[in-house]
Structure formats: structure tokens, C-alpha cells
Design a binder for this molecule. Structure first.
Ligand code: GLN
Length: 228
């Protein structure tokens, strides 16, 4: 592994990429380049082998309900590696449908229940009262964020002691119409309903770059220890 190459896993890039979510990866590549790092982005799609610990960053974008049913059949193979990677505090960003997959399930408007990985105690349900669409604004630990949301799933935390939102809503819905909370922040994991893409908010993008570079150094050191 070269010390100036950042490896990014893009989960189901060909199926999960709504409203320009791939822009998040492009922005990270741009910011990393400015710091002298090259990037390699691997699309991990249906049937592909995947070990999250081979990567410096994992990205999972949003998707339509249909694509989510396709991904749901393949993704359970990766639960173990993703759960370990997330719990070890390594950086991952999940947007909208990708974020929903990290919870227990997503019950869609057609009554289908799409099983999630169950990494976090949260669930997502369609309720006929609202499709959450429009501009959003919320406050995070890195300052204000502006974005766009479009989802019919409403996400609820089932263990509010363990789970903390990414932000507090100023405008728009975020996780659901009641909680005034947007997304999930756990160690270096970020789940969010924000498209636009989210990382046009350079405050969040810079925070993620820092997480990536910290983990990259550790990964490099581990690799050296293994090969010695
Ligand atoms: N299909 C999901 C929903 O409508 C996710 C949408 C998205 O990823 N933009 O809730």
C-alpha cells in the first residue's frame, strides 16, 4: 500500500446514487488531492467480495425503493465486516437509502419490508401523511449545513441513549417530521438524509477528510506490522 493512496469503497455505486450523491465522493477526492493524496474508488456491487478494512473510507448513497430491494438481497454478506469497521471507529458516510440500510428495516409505501443490516437500533417506515421533500438546514457539531431531502421513509431511533443525531433541524424534516433531528452520528459514522450533495458543506467535508487521514495512517501502520 502506498502512503499517498486513499482507497474508497463505494457500495453499490451503480444502484445507489440519487440526486448526485456521487458528488460527495468527488468532493472528497478533490480535497484529498489538494493535500497530495491520490484516490482509488472501487464500486462494490452485486456479488463482489468486500473487506471494509481494506479501505480508508466507505460510502453508501441513496436509492429508489426498487433498487433498495435489489441491494437487500446482496448486502447481508457484508454485515459483519461493516459492523466491525464502524464499531472500530473508521469513517463511513451513508446517505438516505444507504442510511436506512444500517437500521433494522424499511417498510415502504407498497407495504414491502426491506430488511436492513441491523447495525444500529433504528427503523424506517412509510407514513402516508408526508413525503419529505425540499431544502433542509440544520446545525451540526461542525456548524450549519444546507442540503436537500427527498424520501418517503421516516426514520426513528429505537435506542435514544446509544444513538445521537447528526444535526438539529432548522428547516425541513430530517429523520422524520416529529423529532427535529437529522441523520445519525456514531463514532466516525455519519448517516444523513442530505443530498445536494451533502459535502458541498465544506465544514462537514473537511471533518470527514480528517477522519479519513487519521484512519489511513493507522491502516498503513497496521499493514507494516503485518508484513514485518
Ligand atoms: N427510497 C427511500 C425513501 O424514499 C430512500 C430515498 C433516497 O435515497 N433518496 O425513503
Amino acid at each position: 500500500m502506498t502512503d499517498k493512496l486513499i482507497k474508497i469503497a463505494y457500495l453499490y455505486e451503480d444502484l445507489m446514487n440519487t440526486y448526485g450523491d456521487s458528488g460527495d465522493v468527488k468532493i472528497l477526492r478533490f480535497l484529498l488531492k489538494r493535500q497530495g493524496y491520490d484516490t482509488q474508488v472501487d464500486n462494490i456491487s452485486l456479488g463482489d467480495e468486500f473487506n471494509a478494512f481494506d479501505y480508508d473510507f466507505v460510502f453508501f448513497g441513496g436509492g429508489q425503493d426498487f433498487e433498495q430491494t435489489v441491494v437487500a438481497k446482496d448486502i447481508p454478506r457484508h454485515k459483519d465486516t461493516l459492523e466491525k469497521y464502524i464499531n472500530a471507529g473508521h469513517p463511513m458516510l451513508c446517505i438516505c437509502g444507504g442510511y436506512q440500510f444500517m437500521g433494522d428495516y424499511y417498510k415502504t409505501n407498497s407495504g414491502v419490508t426491506i430488511k436492513g443490516l441491523g447495525i444500529f437500533p433504528l427503523h424506517t417506515v412509510f407514513k402516508s401523511d408526508k413525503r419529505m421533500i425540499g431544502d433542509t438546514k440544520y446545525m451540526t457539531e461542525w456548524g450549519e449545513v444546507v442540503a436537500f431531502e427527498n424520501h418517503s421513509g421516516q426514520t426513528y431511533f429505537d435506542n435514544t441513549d446509544k444513538l445521537h443525531p447528526l444535526g438539529r433541524m432548522i428547516e425541513g424534516y430530517g429523520n422524520n417530521p416529529q423529532d427535529k433531528a437529522e441523520g445519525l452520528r456514531y463514532r466516525n459514522f455519519i448517516g444523513s438524509y442530505s443530498h445536494g450533495p451533502l459535502l458541498k458543506n465544506v465544514n462537514v467535508a473537511n471533518a470527514i477528510v480528517e477522519m479519513i487521514l487519521t484512519w489511513h495512517q493507522k491502516r498503513l501502520a497496521n499493514q507494516e506490522n503485518v508484513t514485518e
